[in-house]
Design a binder for this molecule. Structure first.
Ligand SMILES: Cc1ncc(COP(=O)(O)O)c(C=O)c1O
Length: 398
């Protein structure tokens, strides 16, 4: 995939967001800790003032508006997504909430996929609804059929592909075309694919949202979000973040930029190992179904193959019916697959999921318990052995 200056994404990853020539030859950008910024004169202060009317957020004016460390991170992620500019937020959920608030007002209608990340659904139901935004959940696999749900006051169509927990793939270009035809903005959570495997802006999306907490930082040690915008969407998102008082901490921003440098090799390793484990799980007699869009017999495979360049380490599977104690025996005492929320770090994780409780428009029928698995960067044979032992404990349980 060719990005900035005709360079491959792997080259852009290593050179974007840093400027050694203006940093004493030091390879990485410095971490600027700042609240107050001093100005040499009244003229300089007025020159760098943030002009909220025109949306000029160029200068370094106050820590909350970002420092050169923030700008370096934003430049890097903008280059990788092929965007205009990016806005750093305190976490992924903060990036979702800020991007939604940027384009919604009382009386507007919002379309959200039913397979949405649970806390984002809560934000819509508990906060946006309170401020007079009407929310309709749609089946994420609806494609161009979304035309039937558009209203004159639909101002945002939101996507998350694949969907959280159940991994349905969305037809992004088809949905974006319809949304734009009706004058709505298109926002998408691209955390699963990262900028290595999918480029939403090239498929018609206006604002790309990342929980940089996950793959971008990659080391399970920070919270950060980012919204990458096209030219027409930057000012509303930046203004909303600035007005609401959202920003990222300098050390977290620095570590996310540091983690980003290895994103390409990490994502390809996640892909390789996840596919091996997904295929292995499909062959296990205890497994009812594996929910991974990169498996050829998955319902989302054709669209995934058409639009995505790879699959990350995150997918789901459903077990055949088993007792609660057998399920607990499966998840407890694993050596490598630890039990915990989040994903996108170097390590493998599993967590039980309850998709049926998190949807209102579509049905989720599963005969047994469901699991979300994150395949990390460990040796894949060791990971399979760990799962083999987990299945052995499941059988041995009362
Ligand atoms: C798909 C998706 N988007 C957004 C988020 C939120 O990110 P954060 O935890 O940084 O707020 C998560 C967190 O799990 C997620 O899974």
């Amino acid at each position: 995939m060719i990005l900035k200056n005709g360079h491959h994404v792997d080259t852009v990853l290593e050179h974007t967001g840093r400027d050694p020539a203006n940093n004493f030859g030091i390879v990485n950008p410095p971490v600027y800790h700042a609240s107050t910024i001093l100005f040499p004169s009244l003229e300089a202060l007025l020159e760098t003032r943030i002009d909220r009317a025109s949306g000029a957020f160029e200068g370094i004016t106050y820590g909350r508006e970002g420092t050169p460390t923030t700008r370096a991170f934003e430049q890097a992620i903008t280059d990788l997504e092929g965007g205009y500019r990016a806005v750093t937020l305190p976490c992924g959920l903060g990036a979702i909430a800020t991007s939604l608030m940027a384009f919604l007002k009382a009386g507007d209608h919002l379309l959200m996929p039913d397979q949405l990340y649970g806390p984002a659904r809560q934000f819509c139901d508990d906060v946006l609804a309170k401020f007079g935004v009407e929310v309709t959940y749609y089946d994420g696999t609806i494609g161009a059929g979304i035309a039937g749900l558009m209203k004159p006051n639909t101002s945002v169509v939101y996507l998350e592909s694949p969907g959280s927990l159940t991994f349905e793939v969305q037809d992004v270009p088809a949905i974006a075309r319809v949304a734009h035809h009706h004058g709505a903005k298109v926002l998408m959570d691209n955390t699963w694919a990262s900028p290595i495997f999918f480029h939403p802006l090239a498929h018609g999306v206006d604002v790309v949202i990342h929980a940089a907490t996950k793959y971008i930082s990659g080391h399970s040690d920070l919270m950060l979000g980012v919204a990458v915008c096209n030219a027409a969407s930057f000012v509303p998102v930046k203004k909303t973040a600035s007005t609401a008082g959202y920003c990222g901490g300098p050390d977290d921003v620095y570590m996310a930029l540091r983690g980003l440098r290895t994103l390409g090799i990490r994502m390809r390793r996640h892909h390789e190992s996840a596919m091996a484990i997904a295929a292995w799980l499909q062959r296990r007699p205890e497994v009812h179904r594996v929910h991974c869009p990169a498996l050829p017999d998955s319902p989302g495979y054709a669209i995934w193959k058409r639009d995505f360049l790879g699959a990350s380490g995150l997918f789901g599977f459903t077990l055949k019916p088993c007792s609660d104690s057998a399920f607990a025996a499966f998840l407890d005492h694993t050596d490598l697959f630890k039990l915990g929320y989040s994903w996108g770090g170097y390590e493998s994780l599993m967590v039980p999921t309850y998709p049926a409780t998190l949807r209102s428009r579509t049905r989720w029928d599963a005969p047994g318990p469901s699991v979300r698995i994150h395949v990390g960067l460990e040796n894949v044979d060791d990971l399979i052995r760990d799962l083999e032992q987990a299945f052995a404990r499941l059988h041995a349980a009362p």
